[in-house]
Write a protein that binds this ligand. Structure first.
Ligand code: FAD
Length: 301
């Protein structure tokens, strides 16, 4: 099979890009493995006109929009490899199919690597979150914990005071610098340096933190900054990464492999659904310019 563009990933970035290509009359195949980063979240917030929509409904609405454009095809299938083949790209799908594309857009997101805290996985997305802008409003003024084992994350956590005055910082056994501790003290944020034994929750809703010395602290929501790693496909393709572990892209969102562009969380900080959607639109427009100018040059030659 041949296509103008193959998009890997059907999250906000890939879906928004597919809309641009459909409206620009390019043939596009979007392949999605169906493992969105926000799968555990009840709703997506901070996306105007969509505030609070479930990740599943968001994707369903996007697929309905794409249905209006005959040059857009979507498939629920993973992509296992992308290699250059002359002036095109050869894409291998999980089902063994090979697709030849003029350009590829990777919108594969990132993989969160949460710390090894017992009970955290059960609460992830329901009452343990990565972003106060996304989920702070719903638990405003409640008892919050923030998990911060480095000075950088501990300093970031001061921003959480905007949502609640009832904030406790847990270092899970790590020590903070005297400077950071003084800032937290001045902001009225108590610091617990004892290791966390378990996060206790019911149906995903945290109610207290148990410390290794047996003490407990009430907690309705826990915020943290999980480490991230690139997706398996990005690693396999050997794309150049930034110090932060994100795919390095140029001002056209093109990666170190010519013809392969990257949009969304895979290449960006800060991260969020509307920012990923915006990056997908931008990357698609840049790719469409290049493709159309190639076509025009070919016809005029
Ligand atoms: C718990 C949680 C809650 C969040 N809540 C919010 C919120 O309320 N508001 C907000 O703005 N942001 C929120 N975010 C962040 C937001 O989800 C991301 O910024 C956004 O989803 C990034 O979009 P993306 O398109 O780059 O990647 P993703 O949404 O992660 O989509 C990537 C897609 O690529 C697919 N994929 C990966 N590899 C392959 C492959 N090899 N082949 C085929 N498909 C592949 C995956 O299956 C996935 O469907 C939340 C994140 C988390 C973890």
């Amino acid at each position: 099979m041949q296509t103008d563009v193959l998009i890997v990933g059907g999250g906000p970035a890939g879906l928004s890009a597919a809309l641009v290509f459909g409206r620009a009359r390019k043939r596009v195949l979007l392949c999605d493995a169906g493992t969105p980063r926000n799968a555990a979240a009840v709703g997506i917030h901070n996306f105007i006109t969509r505030d609070g929509v479930s990740p599943r409904d968001f994707r369903a609405a996007a697929h309905a929009d794409l249905g209006a454009y005959p040059s857009v095809e979507t498939r629920a299938v993973g992509v296992v490899d992308v290699v250059r083949a002359g002036d095109r790209l050869s894409v291998t799908l999980e089902d063994g199919t090979t697709v030849s594309a003029r350009r590829v857009l990777l919108a594969t997101g990132v993989v969160d690597v949460p710390p090894d805290v017992p009970g955290l996985a059960e609460a992830w997305g329901t009452s343990a979150f990565q972003c106060p802008y996304c989920h702070g409003w719903e638990v405003r003024d409640r008892a919050w914990g923030v998990l911060a084992s480095t000075d950088a994350v501990a300093s970031w956590s001061l921003v959480l005071r905007g949502w609640t005055a009832n904030l406790v910082l847990y270092t899970d056994g790590a020590s903070l610098s005297a400077d950071t501790s003084a800032k937290l003290d001045a902001a009225g944020v108590p610091v617990e340096t004892t290791k966390i034994a378990r996060l206790h929750s019911e149906a995903g809703h945290v109610h207290h933190v148990e410390l290794a010395d047996g003490r407990t602290r009430p907690c309705d929501a826990l915020f943290l900054h999980p480490a991230q790693r690139p997706t398996a496909l990005v690693v396999r393709m050997g794309l150049e990464l930034s110090e932060a572990g994100l795919v390095r892209v140029d001002d056209q969102k093109q990666s170190s492999m010519p013809g392969v562009h990257v949009a969304g969380d895979a290449a960006a900080h800060p991260q969020g659904a509307v920012m990923a959607a915006s990056a997908g639109v931008f990357a698609a427009a840049m790719m469409n310019h290049a493709l159309t100018l190639d076509d025009v040059a070919g016809r005029l030659r």
